[in-house]
Design a protein around this ligand. Structure first.
Ligand SMILES: Cc1ncc(COP(=O)(O)O)c(C=O)c1O
Length: 406
């Protein structure tokens, strides 16, 4: 037995995102790059802003002694100060630097938070569709992942949330702007979620945490507001990163901010420091901490994502596809089209069958089952405008032939 049963099983349920991106690679080798339109990965295609390279060079050239040494597990104090000021602006309340922990991206931050708050058997809730890695992060700490249905239009459903809560509920992970739906949850949605969680706290004596996963906070369109979860609910922990907002996913830099309204914020932060250390991160990457601290007013060219998302959405809509208009992030979550006549059920599920139908036409999408929502597929539009333009006639033909085949 070379590896654990649990990891072997997890490998068997390997990420559909990776699987489809591998399919794209194989197809490119077979047919040539010009014949493949790859919408599988959420890897920002924009380069980081010019100021990033300049800041990095400055930081790297700093001759001060000890700049590559260990530091407190939570990060450099001056970086935490700067990030706390920025997070306070985003969240609309004063977050002291002492409640900020620097992390290895949002993924590192989520793992550190879950290690800090979960006991084995504790439950972690997330609305469908969800970022598929949550399931494995929760498993890392012996937790149970509990998917909760969304309301139509992919907004949080307070009734479904109420039904999913139990005395073992440790937290709800809420991701807005959302991967994969592009939804931004408004104030009313957050207030409704908060009301249900508070009611649970009053009834059971255990207030679940709201873990707000916000790596896409900066990528919102048409001036849509991304409201503050910290203002909506006291027991909130925000996790974010510069992976998407500055196009730095390979640099692994992010942060966790604990709400000052939590009942025991200091205990949480002590837990975060310990978890950062014993999970083997020890601290967030030193050079990157110093670099992003000077770039807190910079962000990606959001207009470019909005333009491309708009073009893809318009083209797909004209072809007859159905989906919610994206409000942020860079994904479309599209309904698998109906067949013209009832067809025998495909054992792979409709979304996998349709993703394979698209693949035959050189179009790479991720089936919704990868996000807990069969019946849909995800398109990531951080791709070139040429890819979008070239793909549209193929999407139109794919829909026609799928319908006819029914
Ligand atoms: C919803 C969501 N959460 C977390 C992450 C992880 O982000 P990071 O690269 O900062 O670890 C991603 C990355 O795609 C994501 O889409």
């Amino acid at each position: 037995m070379p590896i654990s049963r649990q990891v072997a099983e997890s490998l068997g349920r390997a990420s559909w995102i990776r699987r489809m991106s591998d399919e794209a690679r194989a197809l490119r080798a077979e047919r040539g790059a010009g014949e493949v339109f790859d919408f599988s990965l959420g890897n920002p295609d924009l380069e980081p802003p010019q100021a990033f390279g300049e800041a990095l060079s400055r930081v790297a050239a700093d001759p001060a002694r000890g700049t590559h040494g260990y530091m407190p597990n939570l990060g450099y104090p001056e970086v935490r100060e700067a990030v706390a000021r920025r997070a306070s602006r985003d969240q609309g309340l004063e977050i002291p630097a002492g409640l900020v922990a620097m992390s290895a991206g949002a993924a590192g931050g989520l793992n550190v938070v879950l290690k800090t708050i979960l006991d084995p058997g504790d439950e972690v809730l997330a609305f469908r569709p969800y970022f598929a890695e949550y399931l494995f992060y929760v498993q890392n700490f012996g937790g149970a992942f509990v998917p909760v249905d969304s309301s139509p239009g992919f907004r949080p459903d307070p009734e479904a949330l109420r039904a999913a809560l139990s005395p073992r509920t440790a937290c709800l992970i809420l991701n807005s702007p959302n991967n994969p739906t592009g939804r931004v949850y408004g104030r009313e949605s957050l207030a409704a979620v908060a009301e249900v969680l508070e009611e649970q706290g009053r009834r059971t004596g255990r207030m679940p945490y709201l873990v707000a996963d916000e790596p896409y906070r900066e990528i919102a369109y048409r001036g849509v507001e991304v409201p503050s979860p910290m203002l909506a609910y006291p027991e909130t922990i925000v996790v974010s990163s510069w992976s998407k907002s500055l196009s730095l996913p390979g640099e692994r830099i992010g942060y966790v901010a604990v709400s000052p309204r939590c009942a025991e914020p200091k205990a949480i932060v002590e837990g975060l420091a310990f978890s950062t250390r014993v999970l083997g991160f020890v601290n967030a990457p030193a050079l990157m901490q110093r670099t992003v601290a000077g770039l807190l007013d910079q962000r990606a060219d959001v207009a470019s994502y909005e333009r491309r998302g708009g073009r893809l959405a318009r083209g797909l809509r004209e072809a007859g596809y159905e989906f919610e208009e994206p409000e942020g992030a860079f994904y479309l979550f599209v309904r698998v089209p109906e067949r013209a006549a009832p067809a025998p059920a495909d054992p792979r599920g409709p979304d996998v069958a349709f993703a394979m139908h698209l693949k035959e036409r050189g179009l790479i999408a991720v089936p919704g089952v990868g996000f807990g929502c069969p019946g849909y597929f995800r398109l990531s539009y951080c791709v070139s405008e040429a890819t979008i333009e070239g793909s549209l006639p193929r999407f139109a033909e794919a829909l026609e032939s799928w319908r006819r085949a029914g």
